[in-house]
Write a protein that binds this ligand. Structure first.
Ligand code: NI
Length: 168
């Protein structure tokens, strides 16, 4: 099998603020993109990736929070139907390399989405999976997790990443 690794946009790239459009048809092109996004996520390595991060502005997310990294979950056109509670979690993001900051999000969510076959499913998530789905759904709205932080912290992060990428 040939692996195709996609280029991941880095914060503060303005393209990360694009709002993703719903997917009309889950066809071969979409499934190909899912495979490439999964390869890219596992290679990074990361636990989640939104299409926005690979400059594809459609509502598609891949997640794998399993320890063995062998349980890929695909969410197409995801919608949160219910949320409850709150939790703080130290989050990272493949678009914000080397930065980990605590963010407060809902503890439990019920999400509805299409899978890789275009079939509708409903899922209740908590803990890391819940955090991850909410984090990736933010990407589809053009929002990066550092936007929950203070402007001062955010500016420090921008400077840090710009320097990191320059020195690479
Ligand atoms: Ni992210």
């Amino acid at each position: 099998m040939i692996m195709a690794l996609l280029n991941i946009l880095n914060y503060p790239d303005p393209r990360l603020h694009t709002v993703a459009k719903p997917i009309k048809e889950v066809n071969a092109d979409i499934r190909r993109l899912i495979d490439d996004m999964a390869d890219t996520m596992y290679d990074a390595p990361g636990v989640g990736l939104a299409a926005t991060q690979v400059n594809q502005h459609i509502q598609l997310i891949v997640i794998d929070t399993s320890k063995e990294q062998n349980k890929l979950q695909v969410f197409i056109n995801p919608k949160i139907l219910a949320k409850s509670g709150s939790q703080d979690y130290e989050e990272g993001c493949l678009s914000v390399p080397g930065v980990y900051e605590s963010v407060t999000r809902a503890e439990k969510i019920t999400v509805e989405a299409l899978d890789k076959q275009g079939k509708l499913f409903k899922l209740e998530a908590e803990g890391l999976l819940s955090v991850c789905i909410q984090h990736e759904m933010d990407h589809l709205l053009g929002k990066v997790f550092v936007e929950y932080l203070s402007p001062l912290k955010r500016n420090r992060i921008k400077t840090k990443i710009t320097k990191l990428l320059r020195d690479r």
